[in-house]
Design a protein. Structure first.
Length: 318
């Protein structure tokens, strides 16, 4: 009986090993097929539009300095490392309405390539401290379409923004609301990304979640609160036989006013939802210390910079 059991167990182990081996081979095959399928689907996005294919998938001759000396095959984009040190401005003009999936894919890949080039400046700056390295700007509108977080991976916008001061990069991003950023990122990873933005400028917010988070970020402070108390008293009071109410021939009214301090939010929910044009609540950072939340009046760049906000408002420029 013991030998039989051992034989059965041994057979089970052999079958299990063979099954695992076959599963691994099938898994590798499925994985490779999946990679091929994903690559084919992704590259097919560039075949739909000839202009997109010519711009982002040029022929190999385009990268040959000899064959493309005259630029007849197009001009390839230099590496971001060279563009950054040369002080060039590189912008992506690809409307989302043409192809949302392709526009987002190209924007994210372009962003990651730029971030990689910027972070590679750190060892160069440390190796040559006496050399001057220019400042770099990363400006992204509608950032919620291109935001990525790495979480456990070494890549991600939250890690890049946390290290951006070392390579002298100044990121400036604009998003519709905190909710739009939250809806595009998995789980609670938006909090990790959001805390890397040291200076935050809140314009008018229309959704309750964004206004609530903005109000909480501004914190609380001790504020003076006014309390009013009104009391009425009477002497020789009695019940009226006609009305059934208490009446008195001698009555007096006392009012009192008192002040006390209470911890309350600096800017409440209502403040963020009722901000007018060219008004904001700003949490600024001067490079060394955070500044307290401030209600600010903004002046659009296209108006006269010598006119104050209130003068522009009175003249109807806002």
């Amino acid at each position: 009986m013991v030998k039989t059991i051992n034989l059965v167990l041994l057979s089970s182990v052999v079958l299990s090993s063979a099954f695992v081996f076959a599963t691994e081979q099938m898994g590798d095959t499925l994985f490779l097929n999946g990679k091929k399928y994903f690559t084919s689907v992704f590259l097919s996005l560039f075949d739909d539009n000839p202009m997109v294919k010519r711009t982002f998938c040029p022929p190999k001759e385009c990268y040959d300095s000899t064959l493309n000396a005259q630029g007849k095959y197009g001009r390839p984009l230099p590496p971001f490392a060279d563009l950054i040190e040369a002080g060039k401005v590189c912008a992506l003009n690809f409307p989302l309405s043409l192809n949302p999936g392709l526009a987002k894919a190209i924007g994210v890949m372009m962003k990651l390539d730029f971030q990689r080039a910027v972070l590679n400046r750190i060892p160069k700056i440390e190796a040559y401290p006496e050399q001057h390295f220019r400042q770099v700007f990363f400006i992204c509108d509608e950032y919620q379409h291109f935001a990525t977080v790495g979480e456990n991976d070494p890549s991600g916008d939250e890690k890049f923004f946390a290290l951006s001061r070392q390579p002298k990069c100044i990121p400036i991003v604009a998003t519709q609301s905190i909710s739009s950023l939250r809806s595009t990122l998995p789980g609670e990873s938006w909090r990790t990304l959001f805390q890397t933005f040291r200076t935050k400028i809140f314009l008018a917010l229309s959704d309750d979640f964004s206004a609530k988070i903005a109000s909480e970020l501004c914190g609380k402070e001790d504020q003076w609160k006014v309390n009013y108390n009104i009391s009425e008293s009477g002497h020789d009071a009695r019940v009226s036989l006609w009305t059934g109410n208490a009446i008195a021939h001698k009555a007096n009214v006392t009012t009192s006013k008192s002040y006390n301090t209470q911890s309350d939010v600096r800017f409440d929910f209502k403040t963020f939802t009722e901000l007018k044009n060219a008004q904001s609540v700003t949490l600024a950072y001067d490079g060394l210390n955070p500044l307290p939340p401030t209600f600010m009046y903004l002046k659009p760049y296209f108006n006269n910079v010598n006119k104050s906000y209130f003068r522009q408002l009175a003249d109807g420029d806002l």
